[in-house]
Design a protein around this ligand. Structure first.
Ligand code: ASP
Length: 437
């Protein structure tokens, strides 16, 4: 058994958290390659080291003094080192780092140092070798990851050591210039490492005990999801329920490596397993995700169904305006295009005008206050009556459904509602499908 294990920023935010991390790593001999994030928040008003680093870069670029954030960063690392009782000193490196910022180091280089220094400290604390990911994760000159080159190089680098700690979030071009992933990108590093060493499991340790069935800010004490398939996760994360960087899925998925989301602060919790195919059948519904901030364009025209190219002409207008659509439900003489509200606001008249010109509709009108709720579950395909239960739950609360869309995979049903009904609807759907504990 071989596991790659990644710890997020809150898991490595202080010496106390490092101690928990070390206990987790030592509890299982198969946890051999450890990916570290930069120190995150210790409390809600705290500032992530990555954000402080980005502030240093911005100030330096504007010719301003960046001593305040720089010293905060240095103090955070020094405190972790001192509280762990390590003999490691990063003094000289911080002096060199300061000079590099003054000389105009790139944003990516500066941002990457949070992970770099934190991984150095964790390696010293665990007494594992430190591996420089910049030598294994390779980007092209435009900042796009070279996945196959990376797979080979990172695999060769890691296999030299039976155990190692490596920094997340960054890599380098073949010329050695540091490049970073987008925010939260240490998840991707972990996934690439898991693929490169053909791990049996990728454990992603964070500060929640896995994915929850619904947003806990809206639904009271939602249950944790035990098993979710990659496809379900995609449907759920699309609506904003992600605890994992989206790009972290593909490298492990192609190798059939499951991901286990775990909680550093509650290591006894099993967390969520993300798998290609779930062995265990969950309830009908795996999760419920939703988002406000949508709008819709309703288009009506007699005999639309027999007018060749009608849909294409509508979508062409949107494409020309760089508007991408979320859903496209249609009736015999109607077509609705659901889009993000931001794409409509302020451009209503122009959009109607362009569409009218393109398709000579009988009626076009816009609605700008919709939310979408996706009810996702691999169990739905075999459960007749799921839609009836969903609509019944909403009807009981007198909530009006503005649009319905069932994905062709029968993995989800999406409803559009008025925004004002969002919270009530989410709770009603949850209560309908999740039996009380
Ligand atoms: N430290 C980086 C961030 O704050 C990357 C990560 O934590 O995954 O986004």
């Amino acid at each position: 058994m071989l596991k790659v294990i990644k710890f997020g920023g809150t898991s490595l935010a202080s010496a106390q958290q490092f101690q928990k991390v070390a206990a987790i790593v030592r509890a299982d001999k198969s946890r051999r390659y450890v990916v570290a994030s930069a120190p995150g928040k210790r409390f809600s008003e705290d500032i992530k080291v990555t954000d402080l680093l980005l502030t240093c870069h911005r100030l330096a670029k504007e010719g301003e003094n960046f001593d305040v954030p720089f010293n905060q960063i240095k103090a955070r690392f020094e405190e972790i080192i001192a509280d762990l009782g390590l003999s490691l000193s990063l003094e000289d490196e911080f002096t060199a780092f300061y000079r590099r910022i003054v000389k105009g180091a790139s944003e990516a280089y500066i941002a990457s140092r949070g992970e770099h220094f934190n991984a150095r400290i964790l390696a010293a604390y665990l007494d594992f070798p430190f591996i420089e990911t910049a030598e294994g994760i390779i980007f092209d000159e435009n900042g796009a990851l070279l996945e196959e080159v990376t797979n080979e190089k990172l695999g060769a680098l890691l296999k030299k050591n039976p155990r190692a700690v490596l920094p997340g979030f960054y890599g380098a071009t073949e010329h050695g210039d540091i490049r970073i992933f987008s925010r939260g990108g240490s998840d991707i590093t972990g996934s690439l490492a898991a693929r490169a060493v053909k791990a049996d499991l990728y454990e992603n340790w964070t500060d929640v005990s896995g994915l929850l069935m619904a947003d806990p800010r809206i639904v009271k004490n939602p249950r944790a999801i035990e098993f979710v398939t990659y496809r379900e996760l995609r449907e759920l994360s699309y609506m904003g329920a992600s605890v994992l960087h989206e790009d972290a899925i593909f490298p492990v998925r192609r190798e059939g490596i499951p991901i286990n989301i775990r909680n550093t602060n509650a290591p006894e919790d099993a967390g969520t397993m993300i798998v290609e195919q779930a062995e265990k059948s969950a309830g009908i519904v795996t999760g419920i995700a939703g988002k406000k901030g949508f709008g819709a364009i309703y288009i009506e025209k007699g005999m639309m169904n027999s007018e060749l190219g009608f849909g294409r002409r509508v979508l062409r207008v949107l494409e020309d305006r760089k508007i991408s659509f979320e859903h496209l439900p249609s009736g015999i003489d109607t077509l609705t295009v659901v889009v993000e509200r931001g794409a409509l606001v302020g451009h209503e008249n122009e959009i109607i005008h362009d569409l009218q010109k393109a398709v000579q509709a009988d009626r076009i009108h816009l609605v700008e206050d919709l939310c979408l709720i996706a009810v996702v579950g691999r169990g739905m395909i075999n459960s007749p009556g799921t839609a009836a239960r969903l609509f019944g739950a909403l009807a009981k609360e007198k909530i009006n459904i503005r649009m319905i869309d069932q994905g062709s995979s029968e993995l989800n049903i999406i409803v559009a509602l008025e925004e004002k009904d969002y919270e009530k609807a989410l709770q009603a759907i949850y209560n309908e499908f999740v039996p009380e504990a």
